[in-house]
Design a protein around this ligand. Structure first.
Ligand code: SF4
Length: 343
């Protein structure tokens, strides 16, 4: 087996040729999935490009694929591994590609928070919801406690369902997605409390927890909280006729000043559906914003600001080629069965 280092010094043409040969050899026994935030060189080699939910669905659907290579971050590869089932293998080209948002809530912290709610006799009235961008353990926690997993596309439906089941919901790990969704669903600010895992009782008063309808976890995606009101103002000054669409992981003030907000799939469709010649400013990860521009040359698609996800950026074409050539055990993603069952 050639070392990873030897792939790092190969030229791009050679890497692309090797990848094409491997894909031709394996045909539909191999599935390469790439998240929209990946670099162009990775996206060009993928069978499917999409958001985390769409990619997990592809892993589940393409039953002929015995080998799945997931170019994204760890929680996404775990979700794909869970949905792919036992007989198929999922690999990640760079195992260091984690997600700081997912890391904002670990299972010990969430269980400690839940135990506090139990002691206060509140947990029986609460539906836990975890965003897709979380570890498999958190997804299993929700499965075990009558909760659900949501995506940015269906967060609103998940909240509505939860509040039809019980009086309250506990949303983790992204505060902004939770807050923006709750506010869009006409939940009052006074009905929302913020749980800070680094503080005693989450920094919440007993009365506030008892009265709240929505408990939000204090977690964030630094790629999306990078966008500010000043970015919006200067975009509007420069392009008065523009449309601005942002991801709901952005801060509430940014979302409020934009023309639209929604998931990765929503943003893609928003640009596609806009009239030719329109200037559309996109507040999401830079690789995706740039690609939307390339895919829609009849429109002027610009990033709200340059915000790169360093973890998505970790996967290089050398890493991908190395994994495809060797399928190293060390790069395999596996989720323990007891977690997968509940997730
Ligand atoms: S963009 Fe944000 S949520 Fe997505 S992988 Fe990067 S840090 Fe995580």
């Amino acid at each position: 087996m050639q070392s990873l280092q030897s792939y790092k010094i190969m030229d791009e043409k050679e890497l692309k040729k090797r990848i094409a040969d491997i894909r031709a050899r394996y045909k539909n026994r191999l599935l390469i999935l790439a998240h929209c935030y990946q670099q162009d060189e990775i996206v060009e080699c993928a069978d499917f490009v999409g958001d985390s939910y769409a990619l997990a669905m592809q892993a589940s659907k393409n039953r002929d694929a015995e080998l799945i290579v997931f170019c994204g971050v760890k929680f996404m590869a775990e979700a794909a591994a869970i949905l792919a089932g036992n007989n198929r293998k999922v690999f990640m080209p760079d195992l260091d590609a984690g997600c700081p948002l997912a890391d904002c809530a670990d299972i010990d912290q969430v269980e400690a928070a839940w135990n506090t709610l139990k002691k206060l006799d509140i947990s029986k009235d609460v539906v836990p919801i975890t965003y897709m961008n979380s570890s498999a353990e958190l997804k299993a926690f929700c499965g075990k406690n009558g909760g659900i997993v949501c995506t940015s596309s269906n967060a609103k439906a998940a909240m509505n369902w939860s509040l039809s089941q019980k009086q309250k919901l506990f949303f983790f790990p992204d505060e902004n997605l939770g807050r923006n969704t709750a506010r869009a669903g006409n939940i009052n600010v006074s009905d929302i409390v913020l749980w800070d895992p680094l503080k005693n009782h989450g920094g919440c008063g007993e009365k506030d927890l008892a009265n709240a309808r929505v408990i939000l976890w204090k977690g964030f995606c630094h790629v999306h909280t990078f966008f500010t009101v000043d970015h919006i103002k200067s975009a509007r000054e420069k392009y008065p006729e523009c449309l601005i669409a942002v991801h709901p992981e952005c801060n509430e003030d940014v979302v409020m000043l934009s023309d639209a907000n929604g998931s990765t799939s929503f943003l893609k469709k928003y640009v596609e559906d806009a009239p030719s010649g329109k200037t559309i400013i996109i507040g999401t990860e830079i690789n995706m914003a740039h690609r939307l521009g390339k895919e829609n040359p009849d429109k002027n698609v610009l990033p709200l600001a340059r915000s790169l996800c360093p973890n998505m950026f970790k996967t290089s074409i050398s890493d991908l080629c190395y994994v495809l050539d060797n399928f190293p055990v060390d790069n395999e993603i596996s989720v323990p069965q007891y977690i997968a069952d509940d997730a």
